[in-house]
Design a protein around this ligand. Sequence first.
Ligand code: NAP
Length: 337
Amino acid sequence: MEINDKSRVTSYQANSKRYNNMIYKRTGKSGVLLPALSLGLWHNFGFVDNLQNGRDILRTAFDLGITHFDLANNYGPPYGSAEENFGTIFKNDFKSYRDELFIATKAGYDMWPGPYGNFGSRKYLISSIDQSLKRMGLDYVDIFYHHRPDPDTPLEETMGALADIVRQGKALYVGISNYKPNETKEAAKILKDLKVPFILHQARYSILDRWVEDGLLENLEQHGVGCIAFSPLAQGMLTNKYLKGVPKNSRAAKDLTHLNPETVTEHLDKIQHLNIIAKERGQKLSQMAIAWILRQPQVASVLVGASSANQLKDNVKALDNLEFTYQELKLIDDIVA
Ligand SMILES: NC(=O)c1ccc[n+]([C@@H]2O[C@H](COP(=O)([O-])OP(=O)(O)OC[C@H]3O[C@@H](n4cnc5c(N)ncnc54)[C@H](OP(=O)(O)O)[C@@H]3O)[C@@H](O)[C@H]2O)c1
């Protein structure tokens, strides 16, 4: 099918065949379909990065049928700059496509100085969504997440703030991130009582980090909530990037806080073995890593990052082979056991 976008007032004409090849999956029991791959703006979209490259990645994503972009108040660096850059690109390229996009932001980690710019108070979340909307130039986000559990704020307060953000029309749906299974269960109960559309849990999940399999996925299914898996490539370790050492411009060489050369070395043996299985499947390691997550019925989308448009194009090819034999799954289990 081809879409005629010629009448749109925009500097960018999206690919008229953008919906032809992407797979869309339902998030839990909601009405929302998400692309099997979504794009995260944690890295590569801050003021420290090249805006044109970010623009290229976002355009490529949408051209490939990736309708979901994931942000957070503190993505950058500096904090807030990924939202601001996204706002600039959105204004120029995507404004007329707003209703084709599902845009997320979050609050929960350190954002501004003093007692009100972190964790889960009502004061923090409501101020933060207002700031995020301003930076992105949006009237509302499609989903607003509490980014991490706050051990000291009553859950009723945090969930109550999410509910009010929806009632104020600043978000259509809500989600939580990094909540453990028991915390998720409690949050789901409160949100259900508040009649708030809680549709997604954003959780780290990859072949190298399988904690969600210990109760969380089951728990989400019971509550009709979908899972969106972040860092599916273990920040790049599950690609062919580190097979022969740590390249200069890679995340492990640049961002030593979240990934460093020592962690890569620690995992190298597993990565090399996994790469052999991927090759036998006729896939790149990154493609196998994405397909492996999509085998879980509770996973609505795999949230990838990319430092170039080509990486994204490469990753979307994961959809060409989503089937795994019992033998392949067993081999993967054995390698990471
Ligand atoms: N809720 C949370 O707490 C939380 C936490 C983390 C992330 N997230 C979300 O999840 C998104 C994705 O996280 P992530 O960036 O860690 O995901 P990821 O997909 O595991 O890692 C992305 C990185 O892997 C490398 N890469 C990707 N495709 C590649 C390819 N085909 N070949 C070689 N290298 C490739 C690139 O790193 P190089 O720079 O080395 O090229 C890229 O920036 C974030 O943007 C954010 O939206 C959420």
